[in-house]
Design a protein around this ligand. Sequence first.
Ligand code: SAM
Ligand code: SF4
Length: 496
Amino acid sequence: MPQSFTTKNTVIRKIDIMTKADHTKVFAEAPAKEPDRQMYFIEKSRDLLAETEKKAGRKITYDVVTFGCQMNARDSEKLAGILDKMGFEQTDSEDADYVIYNTCTVRENANNKVYGRLGGLGNAKKKNPFKRIALCGCMMQEEHVVQKLRESYRFVDLVFGTHNIFKFAELTYRILAGEEDMIIDIWESTDTIVEELPINRKFAFKSGVNIMFGCDNFCTYCIVPYVRGRERSRKPEDILHEIEVMAKDGVKEVMLLGQNVNSYGKGLEEKISFAGLLREVEKIDGIERIRFMTSHPKDLSDELIDVMASSEKICRHMHLPLQSGSDEILKRMNRHYDKARYLELVAKLREKMPDIAITTDIIVGFPGETEEDFAETVDVVEKARFDSAFTFIYSKRTGTPAAKMDPGADEATVKKRFDKLLKVVQRIAAEQAATHTGETVSVLAEQRNEQDESLITGRMSNNSTVHFKGDVSAIGSIVNVHLDECKGFYYYGTQV
Ligand code: SAM
Ligand code: SF4
């Protein structure tokens, strides 16, 4: 069973809606098995929420605010699904009664952002007696964060982590029942994967699908394995069932999510590779596009490249984080590939799929990075010709091996390198994009353009954005668009 380093006993000091006896009875009667237990607390919460709404004389609203990556975005959809079932009304404003911050901690500034915004929520709580605040996600798995919240942010109602997100219904129930103490429930690890909880998808026609959780790679700069735990793959039948249900519900595009999808299947009874899983997803009627994220170069197999190349549905996009072009830095990052191997993979991908877009992540200023190391990174960018790249300045994360390494270059030098890299990345990305001008491509129409209502914004198979004149009725379908003009990172087009 999971260990808990901060969970305290449930001491109910005051229940303003229920009696203590009723509250205890609800817990005594709760099923032990998941997801039945959470479904039970959803039902119980519905009654409590109705009481609260009677008191307030209005609907009680919620807002789930997502920081960080696609995994967090998917988790937020799970939180929203539970709150919808309880009867809360969704808003996209932090004026909502129940605000949930789903946090990220990959870089230090992600933590600072959360602390910065929390103060505002605390003030708002003083003015709204129904306001409740919950914090979850990767940042909550850090003990010093929880300590700081306990000491300086007493107004927070609920803190939970990445391993027990499935317990959100039960924890929210405790808030609705009127528990006054800050509820803190953090698990150090888990091997539990709870299936079949409600989900509120942001888009009707596309969705993320978790295929695995956690990470075993321990890149020396990265905090993810410490806050998301060991790698666990979902069973293929559960993944395929979820996608089949989505397809029946109108989903056309799925994005398979994992920290390193290329190692999918490890530890499962059934022997299956990621390429094998893709072949099965491809067979599902109604699914027209398949994406995935993220691929670790060390595990990118020829089998996967072949499956992609022969597929009608797998999108022509590979996100393949480079991190650094220097063999020495890659070794110290514990990445298990070198510059030559990386470039070999890029060449293979482009040879088998000339229309593929390759995107990447790059860290500048890793401890000990020299001018020569940095020049190697720029050289890979020039040679690989990335269609786009996320560039990051190295951020020291306490507890990771890199945090103990000699820092190397000073801040100003690292910033100079970063700016130089960004310029190269942007120039090449614009050149790459321009090569498609004049083509007619298939585009998934996703939403009305926020700046110009006469335009629809959609995505090409290679993940590029296109704005085109069109009717909102196109949203959710795949249409053909002529790419009239390239604007560097996006296109203007005409539906044909
Ligand atoms: N699992 C994915 C992978 O291996 O590429 C990505 C996970 S991480 C959330 C996304 C990106 O954040 C990484 O690819 C890396 O470039 C960046 N990152 C992670 N830790 C970092 C750190 N300490 N400082 C700066 N960037 C970091
Ligand atoms: Fe972090 Fe490396 Fe795992 Fe990606 S593969 S999540 S960068 S440890």
